[in-house]
Design a protein around this ligand. Structure first.
Ligand SMILES: [Zn+2]
Length: 383
């Protein structure tokens, strides 16, 4: 599917796959009119923009529970023509991934140990955000939890652990990423002056954000919920407006529905569905833009499943309850992906999470310049 060569190093305990990818740029040129409506087939070789939406903790059953709760009304993501499943395991395969390792896989194409934020053995791993910036594209990070949380962090910083919050903040403040939106007001308020000196307009309310048409925005809020006036769909719309404005080179935008995961950890089905609906509304905003734009690849994916949600066969609305969760933790279940736009037709049915990165790089016609580790640490003793 993708032209690559791989080197395998096998020891008794370790299986590492370092893959370096070489792309032919000549076959990869953004097309002005490369696709059709949602539900159609697209074969364009490249995308100008990518919007990656990550539903933290969003498994197949979470989405099905949402459909049942919403009286079988399909989600916006259901209308995306290319769908399949994603294997979410981290470098240590035997225990379910955490969000840092999962986000690192999506952002950098590397399997890493838990808690690593776009870093392996002390070495930063180049993210799709950084490749995009190098190519002159605009970049944005939107999340409903703190901007320093694992998922947004992996797309905007490098740290040996997700708990190194100051290191993550320092990276983010110095990142030159065009746009940040999320929770974390109290953490970033002390750095408002520094952010201004870095060229950001620092805002904390919807009214301030609405009035702001600066090219670089750092928007932090105390709290974001489906009921907030600054809802995820509002933030996504505003982010797309800013990033797409007078922009010939295109943009990369990551949007996270962070709290689907929190609700699943708490085994709170109703709250999970409210967060899922809010996330899908953000996906709808992205799709509306992509249908109009015709040069935007939209990918909706999860980092992992949370809660081991299991629906009974032929479940109806009356069957939905919190007892359908079977753990308060993450699981290794496969999660769904949905894709629409240029290059979406070249996804395989089942993919490793690292392939999302590879696909985005290919869609942007970027050459992967660093070797990657996409294999698993095998902890089982040799026979
Ligand atoms: Zn979690």
């Amino acid at each position: 599917m993708y032209p690559y060569k791989s080197i395998r190093l096998k020891t008794i305990f370790i299986l590492l796959i370092a893959a370096s990818f070489v792309y032919s740029l000549c076959a990869c040129t953004p097309q002005a009119d490369g696709q059709r409506e949602v539900g159609g087939k697209e074969n364009a070789a490249a995308a100008k923009n990518i919007i990656l939406l990550i539903g933290d903790g969003m498994g197949f059953e979470q989405i099905e529970a949402g459909r049942i709760y919403n009286d079988k009304k399909p989600f916006a993501m259901d209308g995306m023509p290319y769908q399949g499943s994603v294997i979410t395991n981290a470098y240590i395969k035997e225990i379910p991934t955490d969000s840092a390792a999962a986000a690192t896989a999506l952002a950098t194409g590397n399997k890493v140990v838990h808690y690593s934020v776009a870093m392996r053995d002390g070495i930063p791993l180049k993210s799709i955000t950084e490749y995009s910036m190098d190519a002159g594209k605009k970049t944005g990070i939107v999340a409903t939890k703190d901007i320093t949380d694992a998922t947004p962090a992996a797309f905007s910083s490098h740290a040996p652990s997700r708990s190194n919050e100051e290191e993550i903040m320092t990276c983010q403040i110095n990142s030159n990423i065009d746009l940040f939106m999320g929770q974390g007001k109290s953490k970033f308020d002390p750095y408002a002056g520094l952010l201004t000196s870095k060229g950001y307009t620092y805002v904390n309310t919807k009214a301030e954000l609405e009035a702001c048409d600066a090219a670089k925005i750092f928007a932090t809020f105390d709290f974001i919920s489906p009921q907030s006036e600054h809802s995820l769909s509002y933030l996504t719309r505003k982010a797309i407006d800013i990033l797409s404005k007078e922009n010939e080179k295109g943009f990369f935008l990551m949007v996270e529905g962070s709290k689907i995961d929190s609700a699943c950890h708490a085994n709170n089905l109703e709250e999970m569905i409210a967060e899922l609906n809010a996330f899908d509304q953000a996906a709808a905003v992205a799709l509306d833009f992509a249908v109009e734009d015709k040069n935007t690849l939209v990918i909706v994916v999860a980092d992992h499943e949370t809660g081991d949600l299991i629906l009974p066969p032929d479940a109806g609305k009356q069957d939905l309850n919190n007892q359908l969760f079977h753990t308060g933790a993450h699981t290794s279940k496969k999660v769904p992906y949905f894709a629409y736009g240029p290059t979406a037709d070249s996804f395989s049915q089942e993919i490793e999470n690292t392939e999302i990165f590879v696909h985005m790089m290919s869609a942007f016609c970027f050459e992967i310049t660093e070797s990657r580790e996409t294999g698993y640490l095998n902890l089982s003793p040799a026979a």
